[in-house]
Design a protein around this ligand. Structure first.
Ligand SMILES: [Mg+2]
Length: 197
């Protein structure tokens, strides 16, 4: 197995810290009943009305572009970070592949170190480049959460199986090369790292 890991939405929930930055920018409190990783701008700001949701969308792309602290404060997902440790311990080939952009590489490496992961083997690209173009050519599996990027990867990499981390925002897609996984443990079984007894 040669496994690639997406960063945002798999190893961390950058949307949560972005939501906090948006809330601070707009001076509006987000709805906190949404669980981690399930936030959408609609659900977080709908109680302030449609105009607030529209402003939130504008602020959202703004904070991603201009606020490094959003990435610094991204909430780690330890279940998936543990799978990364497992790849390391099992001496499996793995790569981190993110479209954050080259200028985010030091922020990303720092974030990984702060979350106890000191073996970053990260690939980066300029924003705007498709993710499929970044994957090492011999990857067998890629762990992804974005429905758009999952479809883009399987369309352009016919031999890669995407393990789609199940989330409310990606339930609309299915494809013969996409396998939905509900947990990191589930992914470990699919990868053959753990066996059902
Ligand atoms: Mg992602």
């Amino acid at each position: 197995m040669r496994v690639g890991f997406d960063v945002d939405g798999v190893l961390c929930h950058v949307v949560d810290s972005a939501m906090e930055a948006v809330a601070a920018k707009l001076g509006l409190a987000p709805d906190r009943t949404e669980s981690t990783g399930a936030y959408t701008l609609e659900s977080a700001f709908a109680h302030h009305g449609g105009a607030a949701v529209k402003r939130a969308h504008e602020a959202f792309s703004e904070v991603f572009k201009n606020d490094e602290s959003v990435y610094e404060r991204a909430t780690p997902d330890y279940e998936w970070l543990a799978l990364l440790f497992e790849a390391e311990m099992r001496d499996q080939f793995y790569r981190l592949v993110t479209r954050r952009g080259q200028d985010m590489s030091s922020v990303t490496a720092r974030w990984l170190r702060r979350n106890y992961f000191s073996y970053p083997r990260t690939l980066h690209c300029a924003q705007g480049q498709p993710k499929s173009a970044l994957l090492p050519s011999d990857l067998t599996h890629f762990i992804e959460d974005s429905p758009k990027e999952a479809m883009e990867i399987v369309t352009n990499n016919p031999s890669v199986i995407v393990l789609l981390r199940d989330a409310p925002y990606n339930r609309g897609i299915s494809h013969v090369q996409i396998e939905r996984v509900v947990s990191a443990n589930d992914a470990a079984y699919v990868l053959g790292w753990r066996k059902l007894s």
